[in-house]
Write a protein that binds this ligand. Structure first.
Ligand SMILES: Cc1ncc(COP(=O)(O)O)c(C=O)c1O
Length: 392
């Protein structure tokens, strides 16, 4: 953060929404905008050739981070677009083969739920939205129980963006291996932070750049082959045929190079990052010990940098406003015209409306919290809780 005043006091604890672009990543982006600015599709000069070579290198690196082949990565504008290309792109194959059943979860991001509802409402697909129970974790058994001969696709997220709960995607992939059902994983929150073992049979993976320190507006879709067979995706957009015709449009070379640089840097620091994020989590939980709160979601299966809590007797929106000078945090509740609707994730976990409406998400990069002190935060919250002794 560069804003004076804000910088000094407000800790940014909302990295699940977006992250700060590392200045060294920004430098790379600037270079590919202002110096090597060629179109990766230009075949007639060096400017194009250099851009094409750079994009190839970025593609090959990204592929290596998920155990895929270079040509299996297509660049997109982010995980929303990747999800749409994957889910809507597979629909014609379902229609042609009469396989129109899809399994997903009710805790997915809207960028999965909405395209699937679209398929259900307008194209006759039948979509099962699994609910996870209070742990926030979908069970592999629940997925397998719903499998049918006409199940075209299973789509599950890697890490839930509100609770940080890690879903059993490698296990589901192993179970689906050898079946005709395709498996899509929205890895927007997990990519870079958790190893995603693609020796497991995940056919389609959505990646978002701005969750790992790349600029907003770039991401990737990995579409893996099964032996020689490609995932039978039909394009949902038409144009110049770039990105294996699945994502036509001039490649944003500078953004792609930013994603490459950010992913490379994240990979280098991952182990240390994970240790430090965990240490920060422990500091947070210890400090919050003076308040009355519950953690939403299974803490035993969670990424270290996302923590969703509800404080007894406290309204999340009021709390966010009150804490604005100390921390930037988020709630999963959506503001409608007159009231707040509870988070769809916490609701699908079966939590009472009061808890689901008042969940707060703290999410951090340990190297970007500065001298943030969770103790001060906890004291403010404790003072606000009903029954607090005045002056404490
Ligand atoms: C789980 C999940 N999927 C998809 C998205 C959308 O990603 P993007 O902003 O790259 O389109 C997000 C972003 O918040 C997310 O958390």
């Amino acid at each position: 953060m560069t804003q004076k005043g804000v910088d000094a006091v407000v800790a940014y604890l909302d990295v699940a929404a977006t992250t700060r672009v590392d200045p060294r990543v920004a430098e790379v982006v600037l270079h590919w905008m202002t110096e090597d600015f060629g179109n990766a599709g230009s075949r007639t000069h060096e400017f194009g050739a250099r851009a094409k070579k750079a994009v190839h290198e970025a593609r090959s690196f990204l592929a290596s981070t998920v155990g895929a082949r270079t040509e299996e990565v297509i660049f997109t504008s982010g995980a929303t677009e990747s999800n749409n290309i994957a889910l809507l792109g597979l629909a014609p194959h379902g229609e042609q083969t009469g396989r129109k059943h899809i399994i997903t979860s009710a805790i997915e991001h809207k960028a999965v739920i909405e395209p699937l509802l679209h398929l259900q409402d307008t194209r006759g697909f039948e979509v099962d939205f699994l609910e996870p129970g209070p742990s926030g974790r979908i069970s592999t058994e629940a997925v397998l129980e719903r499998m049918r001969p006409d199940t075209l696709l299973v789509s599950l997220m890697h890490v839930n963006n509100e609770t940080g709960v890690i879903q059993p995607v490698a296990e589901v992939a192993e179970k689906l291996r050898g079946t005709p059902t395709y498996f899509h994983v929205d890895a927007a929150q997990g990519y870079g932070k958790l190893p995603l073992d693609l020796t497991a049979a995940i056919d389609l993976i959505s990646i978002s750049g701005h969750k790992v320190g790349a600029p907003k507006g770039v991401g990737a879709l990995v579409t893996r082959r099964r032996g020689w067979d490609k995932v039978p995706l039909s394009p949902i957009m038409f144009g110049g045929g770039q990105e294996r015709k699945l994502r036509p449009g001039t490649l944003p070379v500078a953004l792609v190079m930013g994603l490459y640089e950010a992913a490379r840097r994240f990979e280098q620091k991952r182990e240390r990052w994970e240790r430090d994020a965990q240490a920060m989590r422990e500091r947070m939980l210890t400090a919050l010990g003076i308040t009355r709160f519950r953690v939403n979601g299974d803490a035993g299966h969670s990424v270290p940098h996302i923590l969703n809590v509800t404080f007894d007797g406290l309204n999340a929106e009021a709390l966010i406003v009150r804490l604005k000078e100390q921390v930037a945090i988020a709630t999963g509740s959506a503001c409608t015209s007159a009231s707040y609707t509870p988070s769809h994730v916490l609701t699908a976990m079966g939590l009472p409306t009061e808890v689901a409406t008042n969940g707060l998400r703290f999410s951090w990069f340990p190297d970007q919290v500065g001298d943030f002190d969770p103790q001060g935060l906890a004291e403010t919250i404790a003072r606000m809780q009903p029954g607090a002794t005045p002056g404490t």
